[in-house]
Design a protein around this ligand. Sequence first.
Ligand code: SF4
Ligand code: SF4
Length: 273
Amino acid sequence: MGKEILTRCGYRCDLCLAYKENIENDDKRQLLSDGWFKFFGFRIEVDKIYCEGCISSDCLTANLIDTGCPVRPCVIDHGYEDCSQCDDFICEKLEERAVRLENIQEKFQEKIKRNEYHHFIKPYENVNRLNEQIKSHGKYSRMFNERIEPTENSMRKFIGESHIVELWDRLITAIESNYNLDKCMKFGGKNYGWELQYKKGKKTIISIHPERKAFTILFTFGGKELESFELIKDQVSKLTLDLVNSTKQYHDGKWIWLRVTEDVPFNDVLILL
Ligand code: SF4
Ligand code: SF4
């Protein structure tokens, strides 16, 4: 399979032999049925093994194996992509679906073979995987899952913190009432995640990245915008002035990343628009 498909609880559908595309490519369901029984103690008959993955766009009606999973509805309800974005990680619900290699190894006398690990444990080894996500995404996780296309409302829900959502709304209102720009959702790659873009023709003027309890705005300042900024720079806070001054200048201008949190004077954002 190609790209990683991460579930709400941190499993990997792309590695799972029950995933529909893997069955279509190379049907190993008998092997999987035996492996699940050996390592997890449950038996599912081969003809009942078929899963469309729990992050498919119609995830509420998709054909899933684990229909009683308590994690998926909880993550969806909170507006997250997966449990790594939750303040309650690891909760009791997630513990019900938690898979740790060391716990499984403890139960077996002999060492787990490499191909057994690969087929039956690695796809579901979610605790390590989610901890890695937390480490690499830091405090302000973004909407990084390309397969879960957000709406503006789901972006607001993802941010979560009501005070920050109010600032998000003020920003959107300010942009849309002052400028005639086109708006679109874009996935900016695995390092940037989903963003709301405002464009003039092909040129992106502002991109807004929703984050947990924050959002980050990317202002693209060309020569003209930098000249205008010189005229109003006394009006912004020292924090924002330092940010603009310290941002590297390229031949076509500066890319200014401004994160809006509780601590950033929001008026600066409106001045920069
Ligand atoms: S069983 Fe779980 S990991 Fe496997 S395809 Fe279904 S949702 Fe994905
Ligand atoms: S409460 Fe538990 S199951 Fe729900 S999103 Fe948080 S960590 Fe996941």
